[in-house]
Design a protein. Structure first.
Length: 54
């Protein structure tokens, strides 16, 4: 399992802030945030293992 890139972490943090400021119930917020993380989990599996191409 790979780490999420710094830029993606910043994006997720900002999106979570927007979600929490909105008028959604706590359950809806949790669902949206989990979908946000799931989107980036799927992308991490596709990325190469390191910069050398190994």
């Amino acid at each position: 399992m790979k780490k999420i890139p710094k830029s993606a972490k910043k994006y997720i943090r900002r999106q979570k802030s927007k979600i929490r400021k909105s008028d959604l119930s706590l359950q809806e917020q949790k669902e949206i945030i989990s979908k946000l993380y799931k989107k980036y989990e799927d992308k991490r599996d596709i990325l190469p293992s390191d910069k050398k191409g190994n």
